[in-house]
Design a binder for this molecule. Structure first.
Ligand SMILES: C[S@@+](CC[C@H](N)C(=O)[O-])C[C@H]1O[C@@H](n2cnc3c(N)ncnc32)[C@H](O)[C@@H]1O
Length: 200
């Protein structure tokens, strides 16, 4: 699945197909406000950061120190060009080692559903280790149960995998998080499930 997803983002016209005209929207800003209210320091990690636009730019503009991780070389290169104030790393979610309690916030938008759902709990547990006890997380997750759902982004084949929102909330709780807010977003023909949570 990783190879296909990486290939899809390397080869596809991601910006033309998916990003065009998109900005941080009012509801998203509210969710970010909720995140900012829960944290007391500036260090944020963005998992599956893509080209860094618009979210990492938004975070940098708010005064945060942003690190981003993405499996696509192309996206990391663009992110570095787009937001020189942030630091971007190329690699899989599980490849890069950040120390425990390293971040005030961990965020991830439209990315976690690109790894097999059987690995989501392991990733939530890893995120719990990276985020400080008084930190918080803001994540978008799959809107429904999907087992290797196939589709297209930017003219290339793409894969998604997710449990239901209810099961995702259960897994987050089991990984040591308390759920603060959820939001189901309808964007073009897609639905996404946002979760704001903090360490229990
Ligand atoms: C739909 S894009 C979202 C990008 C960005 N978060 C945004 O909101 O515009 C999904 C991103 O996740 C990255 N990604 C997918 N699987 C990954 C993995 N296993 N490790 C790291 N990044 C991954 C892709 O390369 C892509 O940039």
């Amino acid at each position: 699945m990783r190879e296909k997803v990486k290939e899809g983002y390397e080869e596809g016209d991601y910006e033309g197909d998916y990003r065009e005209g998109r900005d941080v929207r009012e509801k998203e800003k509210e969710l970010f406000e909720g995140l900012f209210n829960e944290i007391s320091g500036p260090e944020v990690l963005d998992l599956g950061c893509g080209t860094g636009l618009p979210f990492d730019q938004y975070l940098v503009d708010q005064g945060f120190e942003v690190k981003g991780l993405d499996i696509s070389d192309k996206h990391v290169k663009k992110a570095r060009e787009n937001i020189p104030e942030a630091e971007f790393f190329q690699g899989d979610f599980f490849e890069k080692e950040f120390g425990d309690n390293s971040f005030d916030a961990v965020v991830s938008f439209y990315a976690i559903f690109h790894i097999p759902r059987e690995e989501h709990e392991k990733l939530f547990t890893q995120i719990r280790e990276w985020v400080k006890d008084d930190g918080a997380v803001l994540l978008t997750l799959g809107p429904e149960k999907m087992d290797e759902h196939r589709g297209e982004i930017g003219g290339e084949e793409m894969l998604w995998s997710s449990y239901s929102p209810e099961k995702n909330l259960e897994l987050l709780k089991e990984s040591g998080f308390k759920i603060l807010e959820t939001y189901t977003e309808d964007y073009r023909e897609e639905t996404h499930f946002w979760v704001l949570a903090q360490p229990e």
